[in-house]
Structures are given as C-alpha cells and as structure tokens.
Design a protein around this ligand. Structure first.
Ligand SMILES: Nc1ncnc2c1ncn2[C@@H]1O[C@H](COP(=O)(O)OP(=O)(O)O)[C@@H](O)[C@H]1O
Ligand SMILES: Nc1ccn([C@H]2C[C@H](O)[C@@H](COP(=O)(O)OP(=O)(O)O)O2)c(=O)n1
Ligand SMILES: [Mg+2]
Length: 236
C-alpha cells in the first residue's frame, strides 16, 4: 500500500512536512523512493509500477478483456467508468454532476476522475494496473501525467466497428443509464473527436497495441495474451 508514513522526523517542522507532503504525489514517492524515505516522508512500494491504459470505443470489449487479463496476468483492474458510477451510487458531492455528464455521453472533468484513480492506486497492494476507459481525452491524459506523474508502459486499443459496438451496448443489460441509442450516438461522436487523438498520441510514442476487437471473447484474448506474456519477465 502506498501510504504516507505517520512517524516523521521530529527535527523537521510539521508545517514544512505538510507543504512537502502536499507537493509530492504518489508517483514521486515511488520513483524517488530512496530520497523520500531518507526524509521520512513517504513509504515507497517495493516494485516499479507497470501501467496499462485500456482504450476503445463504448462496447468495444475493454471491460470483458480486462477480466481475462486480471485472471491470467494478475493485474489490478481500475475501471474509470466503474469508479464514477460508484461516486454516483455513494451520493457524493460530485454524484449529480457525474450522472448528468454520463447520461449526456460527455466526459467528466479530469480532476475528478484522476483523483478517484489515484486513490485506488494508493490503496492497492498491486504494482500492475489496468486503467480501463482512461484517458478518454487529451485533458484526461495530461491531467494524469500532472497529478500521478508518470506515463503508461503499454496502451491497448480495442478497435471495433461502430455497428458492432452499438449492438453490444444495446444488449449489455447492466441497467446503465447510458446504454441507450441516443447516448451511444453521442458517445461515438465524443470518441471520434476526443479519444482518437489520445490513441494517435500513443501510437506516435510507440506504446500502442491495436487489437482487432471482433470475434469471440477468447479469440480476442489470443491477441492480447502475447502482449503481456512478453512483459511478464520484466514486470514480475
Ligand atoms: N467479443 C465479443 N463478442 C460479443 N459480445 C461481446 C464481446 N466482448 C464483450 N461483449 C459484450 O459486449 C458488451 C460490451 O462489452 P464491455 O466489455 O462492457 O465493453 P466496454 O467496456 O468496452 O464498453 C457486454 O455485454 C459484453 O458481454
Ligand atoms: N475517463 C473517463 C471514463 C468514463 N467517463 C464517463 C463517460 C463515459 O461515457 C462513462 C462510462 O464509461 P465506461 O468506461 O464505463 O464506458 P464503456 O465501458 O466504454 O461503455 O463514464 C468519463 O467521463 N471519463
Ligand atoms: Mg467498460
């Protein structure tokens, strides 16, 4: 668990420590672990984190394939959509705004989503993360880099024809407020306009793995498996 250490050096004033701790984000605590540990501010995790962003249009099969990756490769699955739906269900201060945004097929302000992801990462004992449905915009991407302070190791893109995505979403049957034709049409427009640039960004960085997301779930997973198998030795 990435947590701030309670016992702090008495030789350093508490206001200085409070300022320092607030400036340090979780990732810095990890990547500069030794330096921070010497200051006694933050406890680092033992292993270097491995981050996978899982991208694709609505209904492209991201969540379905994430379950298989978790089972086979032991990642922690953080679904941005699930975290936002949990906020709605918990009737938090942002709940109503999030609900309206999702119904409209729009994207929740990045600050809100990144904070939820950050909290989950801090609470996790795992060092391998699948971040599903994020980043969906350039603003999401930049906000993650600024707040968490790292870039992904791998970006998966589930490339699926629109017709198939619409069919799947309308058959999803999970009682979601956004699984209707009106919202899905808006979501597809948002995907084209705001999410494709993020996918192109990672393609140019050489981090993108494109999966042809048609066929059975098992057939699709056979395209996913070798990507993670190749990293298994180094990731642990
Ligand atoms: N390869 C597939 N073929 C047909 N249906 C699928 C396939 N993969 C997932 N589904 C179904 O399509 C719907 C959307 O899948 P989901 O994993 O929720 O996609 P996403 O998270 O990308 O929106 C779900 O009902 C799921 O069971
Ligand atoms: N990064 C994100 C992820 C999801 N959301 C909101 C807007 C999305 O339409 C909904 C649902 O996202 P989710 O990833 O669960 O959707 P799909 O699994 O792709 O159908 O949540 C967001 O605002 N920002
Ligand atoms: Mg999903």
């Amino acid at each position: 668990m990435w947590r701030r250490v309670a016992s702090l050096s008495s030789s350093i004033s508490s206001s200085f420590l409070a300022q320092t701790a607030s400036r340090l984000n979780t990732w810095e605590s990890l990547t500069t672990g030794i330096a921070q540990q010497a200051k006694g501010v933050i406890a680092p995790k033992e292993k270097t984190p491995f981050i996978t962003f899982v991208l694709g249009g609505p209904g492209s099969g991201k969540g379905t394939q994430c379950i298989k990756i978790v089972e086979t490769f032991g990642f922690a699955h953080l679904s941005a959509g699930d975290l936002l739906r949990r906020e709605i269900a918990s009737k938090s201060a942002d709940g109503a705004m999030i609900l309206n945004t999702i119904k409209e097929g729009k994207i929740v302000p990045s600050q809100v989503t990144v904070k939820l992801i950050q909290k989950e990462m801090e609470l996790s004992d795992n060092h391998k993360f699948l971040i599903d449905g994020f980043p969906r915009t350039e603003e999401n991407r930049v906000s993650f880099e600024q707040i968490i302070g790292v870039e992904p190791n791998v970006v998966l893109f589930f490339d699926c024809p629109e017709e198939e995505m619409v069919k799947r979403v309308l058959n999803r049957n999970e009682g979601r407020v956004d699984d209707n034709l009106e919202t899905i049409k808006k979501r597809l427009t948002v995907f084209q306009a705001l999410s494709l640039p993020v996918i192109n960004y990672y393609s140019e960085k050489g981090k993108l793995y494109t999966i042809k997301a048609i066929g059975t779930e098992d057939e699709i997973f056979e395209q996913v498996r070798p990507i993670f198998a190749a990293f298994e030795q180094t990731v642990g």
